[in-house]
Write a protein that binds this ligand. Structure first.
Ligand SMILES: [Zn+2]
Ligand SMILES: [Zn+2]
Length: 762
């Protein structure tokens, strides 16, 4: 009874610990002491410290008690601890063998209908449970349920349904694994199930302290580890998953690695331990507490490992290997982290027959990474060096598919590639022929751009193009990779004269002694800057011109508007016609009519010339010789001394022609006479006449047009007749008549004498 009361007290204490998630495994072991019947392989083993039960397992996984001893057993039961020693169990408990059927189907089962149910399994060597409905089932209908797996051995459980099941209908349920390696798989259902009562105080816990628990569920929407509260769909209570002692928990399931039906989520932690463990919930691993690896840790494709704040990972003598997965919190790792290689090269460039080929494969991952071709073949002539360089000269066309593998001692990564080997094509093309707009001489050049594109599959080094009629600019680039374009400007040279300019500009390039070229035809028409000159008729003396067109810029002459028929300048000239001269003979002037000088007259231009060669032009006026002066009145006048009136002479000649007047050969002063126009009217003043002696005097008028003379007589006052007779000396009766006749004759003779021909004026 004493023992019983003590056990009750422990149970209550344990229940409290379970609620707060702190279940010392030793406590569970003590709990199990009360349950002294365990069902193993369908056999009820009754044992105690005084009466230890032994059994062996055969090849069929059957339990055999006969012949089993302390020196020869696979199963040992002392009433509190079930020891498995290289045991294989393939038989399960049938319902008909049980007082209640709740643990039917289990390979190892413990049930307590009223109190706590507990079982400690000690593992020695490698143990296996398979081919059964349930692996291990510990069940309490009235208290807490606890399963503690410990020891240095291993346990593999492969069952059809629940693999490890700890069930408390109303209390707490706890699974504890300590320093051992448990691997569990199920064919149809959740793998590890810890089920407690449905209340806020209920606790369901999985504790792994050292060692590992791996629970792998099938694909039918079940879990690796499942916490259940109550028997309904949902419940209250706290699910705990506690790792310590560098333990590892891996739970995989299509419904989630670790699931529960509680309104409270799974509480992960290390319990009271400062050393923690790693929990993999599906592909996501988390490090809790301080963990030192017990074996290499690989983070595979799609996996991630997170080291939480406050946690740390020491790789110890092992390695953390990132092999396609993600490591979060690498800064919280001490020790060795290696990254598996991951080939990052996407594709490989194509090769050209007989052309040098060189490329490098690349991969992420810890160095050194070595490369090799693991399947297929590189193009003939190429090789892959261990440092990832593919080099050589391919010799045969084709598409080569192969697989390369990158290895770094951590892992290796393989990837399939292809290299197509083609014939090299050296080619460039241009952007098209160019026609500049027609321009007039003196134009401002238009600028155009020519583009050169590498349309082959080889890089080309371009040469700077040149031209004779056009100015070409510098190439924008000379090294032209495949598909690249270079450009340069082209423009007509300044000052090109009229004409058509057409040139093939050849752009050349080379690569490895191979030459390429492309030709751009460039056209430019220049026209004359021509102005039409209207026809101008020639004159007698001045040349005219035909209708023509003249280009100021180049100084050329054309006879047609289209500027195709060029002329010499002299051909545009229509020479002067020369005068059509008529000679007019000299004609002497008379007193009644003007005469003219000898001259030549051109009817065409109406001009007059003094010479036959028309060198000296004169005016019509110049040709005229004025008619000779003619006495109108005043000849043979008599003047008596003392007379107050003078003697007036009128001559039919313009006063403008008057030069001078002489009496008896002596020129008169202009004070001696008055002169006025009317042709010419000249009056000798009495003052002058008084100075003359009585007698006959000769007066002479000189004009530019000639001279006329006449006589007049000065008489004394008293005896004018004496004076006359003395002068004449005629005394006979005919004397007066003779004198009169003589005078008359003299008067007549006075006309025309000493007439003067006018000089020609130039
Ligand atoms: Zn011109
Ligand atoms: Zn003329």
């Amino acid at each position: 009874m004493k023992k019983r009361i003590w056990s009750k007290a422990v149970s209550i204490f344990t229940a409290i610990l379970l609620v707060v998630g702190l279940v010392p495994s030793t406590t569970v072991a003590v709990m199990a002491a009360e349950t002294n019947i365990v069902y193993v392989g369908g056999v009820a083993l009754s044992g105690s410290s005084d009466n230890i039960a032994y059994a062996t397992t055969n090849k069929s996984g059957e339990l055999i008690t006969e012949g089993a001893t302390a020196d020869n057993y696979n199963i040992k039961w002392d009433g509190s601890t079930l020891t498995l020693h290289d045991a294989t169990i393939q038989k399960e408990l049938y319902a008909s063998d049980l007082p209640l059927s709740n643990i039917a189907g289990a390979a190892i089962g413990v049930i307590n209908q009223s109190g706590d149910a507990g079982l400690t399994v000690q593992l020695e060597g490698n143990n296996k449970i398979e081919g059964v409905s349930t692996g291990i089932h510990v069940r309490s209908s009235g208290g807490n349920a606890a399963l503690n797996i410990t020891g240095n051995g291993t346990l593999v459980v492969n069952s059809n349904y629940l693999t490890i099941q700890v069930t408390s209908i109303g209390g707490n349920a706890a699974l504890s694994i300590e320093n051992t390696k448990v691997t569990a798989t199920s064919s149809y259902s959740n793998v590890v199930t810890v089920q407690s009562g449905n209340s806020e105080n209920s606790s369901a816990s999985v504790t792994v302290d050292g060692g590992s628990l791996t629970a792998t569920a099938p694909s039918n929407n079940v879990s690796g580890i499942r916490f259940v509260f109550g028997s309904g769909g949902s419940g209250s209570g706290t699910p705990n998953l506690i790792v310590s002692g560098n333990a590892t928990v891996r739970a995989n399931g299509s419904a989630g690695g670790i699931t529960n039906n509680s309104s409270t989520g799974v509480q992960y932690g290390t319990g009271s331990s400062t050393t923690g463990g790693i929990v993999w919930n599906g592909k996501d691993g988390t490090v809790y507490g301080k963990v030192e690896l017990q074996e290499d840790l690989e983070i595979g494709e799609g996996e991630s490992l997170t080291i939480e704040d406050g946690a740390s990972l020491n790789t110890g003598s092992h390695e953390a290997i990132v092999n396609g997965g993600t490591l979060n919190g690498e800064d919280k790792i001490t020790g060795t982290v290696k990254y598996a290689p991951s080939i990052t090269t996407e594709f490989l460039p194509e090769g050209k027959v007989n052309e040098e080929y060189a490329t490098s494969l690349s991969a992420n991952g810890s160095e050194p990474i070595t490369w090799n071709v693991s399947d297929g073949n590189l193009p003939t002539g190429l090789s892959l060096s261990t440092n990832g360089k593919i080099t050589g000269i391919p010799t045969v066309r084709g598409n080569y598919v192969f697989t390369v593998t990158a290895s770094n001692g951590v892992e290796s990564d393989s990837k399939s590639f292809s290299i197509s080997v083609v014939d090299p094509i050296y080619s460039i093309q241009n952007s098209g022929d160019i026609s500049f707009a027609d321009a007039l001489e003196g134009y401002t050049p238009e600028v155009k751009t020519i583009m050169i594109t590498n349309d082959g599959n080889q890089p080309i080094t371009l040469d700077q193009p040149s031209s004779t009629s056009f100015d070409v600019g510098t190439l924008s680039k000379t090294e032209l990779n495949v598909g690249e374009t270079a450009e340069f400007t082209v423009q007509p040279k300044n000052g090109l004269l009229a004409g058509s300019y057409e040139e093939d500009i050849v752009i050349t390039g080379t690569n490895n002694g191979k030459s390429v070229s492309t030709t751009v035809n460039v056209k430019f028409n220049v026209k004359h800057n021509a102005v039409k000159v209207e026809r101008k008729d020639p004159t007698c003396t001045e040349a005219g011109n035909i209708e023509y067109w003249y280009c100021e810029t180049c100084g050329k002459y054309f006879q047609d508007e289209t500027l195709t028929k060029e002329l010499k300048q002299e051909e545009t000239i229509v020479p002067a016609t020369g005068h059509n001269l008529t000679k007019v003979d000299e004609k002497k002037p008379t007193v009644d009519a003007a005469g003219n000088v000898e001259y030549w007259y051109c009817e065409v231009c109406n001009k007059y010339f003094s010479d036959e060669k028309a060198k000296h032009e004169i005016t019509l006026e110049d040709t005229i010789i004025a008619k000779l002066p003619k006495f109108v009145s005043g000849a043979n006048q008599e003047w008596t001394k003392g007379s107050k009136d003078g003697l007036t002479f009128k001559i039919d000649t313009d006063i403008k022609e008057f030069k001078k007047v002489l009496v008896d050969g002596k020129e008169l002063k202009d004070t001696d006479y008055d002169i006025k126009s009317g042709s010419t009217i000249l009056t000798l003043k009495p003052s002058f006449l008084d100075t003359l002696s009585a007698g006959k005097h000769k007066i002479r008028f000189e004009f530019n047009t000639g001279s006329v003379e006449a006589y007049f007589t000065v008489k004394d006052k008293e005896n004018s007749s004496q004076t006359e007779s003395a002068n004449t000396g005629v005394q006979n009766k005919y004397g007066l008549w003779i004198v009169l006749l003589l005078v008359a004759a003299g008067g007549l003779a006075g006309f025309g004498i000493l007439s003067k021909r006018r000089k020609n004026h130039k």
